[in-house]
Design a protein around this ligand. Structure first.
Ligand SMILES: [Zn+2]
Ligand SMILES: [Zn+2]
Length: 506
């Protein structure tokens, strides 16, 4: 975290040196705000200090405080959907007021909430507390539990900004909660902002809006997404991203999360494929395959495993577009089939094999590592078919690969505090009592010969008892890990963010 605060401090110092924010101003992307549609409010603060953005009705009453907090001088973008906390405000004409110190600026806007009945809408009292920053109330009283609430950070967890995009509208502002299928799908199909440079080349992100400024990160052209925070009027844009540094990159910032500047002219908005999208979670070492709004299937993966000598082996996190099919990748004696490039020298491909003397493929040295960190940065995917009939070969035949609108691939970081939920005791599992050595998620898993189908059911609660205690996880269906194994992963993440290389190289 030390590095993070150092960056934050440098960044604040850099901001005060920029004279572009001399005026208190507020502007809006659309003065007519439709229910549920996000608009952007852009504002400049000339100095550091308390700043408040409020909504004032025609009677002159403050009906909502969007924020009231200390902010550094600078330009900001605030995404807003016409709500205050969870409540829609009544339709009508309002003044949006930005206040800092003795200064205040206002502009008019129209709220249009056709479905919100006026009588039932709660208009919160204006208070010192920012309305949108309050924790959302839970829908129903929860049973008393000693378990800690799930920690679902967004990919922009390490950002110096409070992100206010609606979850699902952008990768960076969407919590890492795979159980929220609808929100995750919205995010996976939302627009992506990439940099217009060749797909093997990288753009240097500058600490300040100038070519002479220090390079603090690199972004791969064509395929890597960035979070655009601000389009400035001097030809530069402020962005956030994870640095895609490889061993030979001009800037060595291994998987570091940074805020910096790139030329606005490089930024291009793309709409990714709307049929298939992929999500890799470093925490679970699982690939989640989404198809037309639903989680279709999962496969086990290996992401990168770094060491002090090869910090660049950590898989670079972020959001990407699948940009080109490259077929077989060869390194040393190993071959990886069905490779698809998504980030310069990072590919998603089948788990590597060597050839036996009889030309058959041998996966013994690599397959057992699936579900753990093991690669040099690429995402290795299982070749054995799962109970849905899916494997890397199937994926390569179905996902859309195009530098203009390929399928999105999102990679979630396993930040400190994230935890894998332990399956409930009644989760069904299967095994073959006639000598089967594995446990499965499906009675007809292809990991067991079809003559043993359907296999015999038992439960996750029984897994550590009797004959079940010696069963292994099947390589085809990758059933839930044993409780002790999940707890081991969870304990590690109580104190560490294993993918944040910079934390270990201070
Ligand atoms: Zn966002
Ligand atoms: Zn199985």
């Amino acid at each position: 975290m030390k590095r993070f605060f150092a960056c934050l401090l440098t960044f604040c110092l850099a901001l005060t040196a920029i004279p572009a924010f001399a005026m208190l101003t507020v502007s809006i992307s659309d003065i007519s705000v439709q229910a549920g549609e996000e608009i952007f409010i852009w504002y400049n603060l000339p100095e550091d200090g308390q700043a408040a953005l409020s909504l004032i009705n025609e009677a002159g009453q403050t009906v909502a405080v969007l924020f009231d907090e200390w902010q550094a001088a600078g330009s900001y973008e605030y995404g807003w959907t016409g709500t205050s906390g969870r409540d829609a405000l009544p339709s009508g004409s309002y003044d949006l007021e930005l206040r800092q110190g003795a200064g205040a600026v206002r502009l008019k806007l129209m709220l249009d909430h056709p479905t919100a009945p006026q009588g039932t809408v709660a208009i919160p009292e204006a208070t010192d507390t920012p309305a949108v920053a309050e924790p959302e109330p839970t829908a129903a009283p929860q049973p008393v539990s000693t378990a800690e609430p799930p920690f679902n950070p967004t990919p922009a967890l390490r950002s110096a900004y409070s992100h206010v995009h609606e979850p699902g509208t952008c990768y960076w502002c969407t919590p890492m909660d795979i159980t929220d299928e609808e929100t995750v799908w919205k995010m996976l199909t939302s627009p992506i902002y990439t940099l217009n440079e060749e797909q093997m080349k990288q753009v240097i992100v500058r600490e300040e809006p100038s070519e002479d400024s220090k390079g603090i990160a690199v972004v791969t052209g064509t395929s890597e997404g960035v979070h655009v925070l601000e389009n400035r009027n001097d030809g530069w844009s402020k962005i956030e991203c994870y640095s895609s540094s490889f061993f030979d990159s001009e800037v060595k910032a291994w998987n570091e999360f940074v805020t910096g500047y790139v030329k606005t002219s490089l930024i291009q908005k793309k709409t990714p494929d709307q049929k298939y999208a992929l999500l890799v979670d470093k925490l679970t070492q699982t690939l989640y395959i989404f198809h037309e709004g639903h989680l279709l299937s999962t496969l086990a993966v290996c992401t990168g495993l770094y060491n002090p000598k090869q910090p660049y082996n950590e898989t670079r996190t972020g959001e990407f577009i699948l940009v080109s099919r490259t077929g077989d990748l060869k390194s040393d004696r190993m071959t990886s089939r069905y490779a698809i490039r998504y980030n310069s020298a990072d590919y998603i491909h089948e788990v590597p094999h060597v050839k036996n003397a009889d030309k058959s493929l041998n996966y013994k040295a690599t397959e057992y590592k699936l579900g753990t960190r093991a690669s040099h940065g690429c995402i290795r995917v299982q070749r054995l078919t799962n109970p849905d009939g899916i494997n890397m070969k199937w994926l390569s035949e179905h996902v859309y690969v195009s530098s203009k609108k390929g399928s999105r691939l999102v990679i979630w970081e396993d930040f400190q505090g994230r935890q894998i939920p332990i399956p409930s005791d009644d989760t069904p599992l299967y095994y073959n009592p006639k000598g089967g050595k594995d446990y499965h998620t499906s009675a007809t898993c292809p990991g067991a010969l079809s003559k043993y189908h359907p296999m015999t059911a038992f439960t996750y609660g029984e897994l550590d008892t009797g004959i079940y205690a010696s069963l292994n996880r099947c390589y085809n269906c990758h059933p839930p890990r044993r409780k002790a194994d999940i707890e081991e992963i969870n304990n590690l993440h109580k104190t560490q963010s294993p993918g944040m290389v910079s934390d270990y190289h201070q």
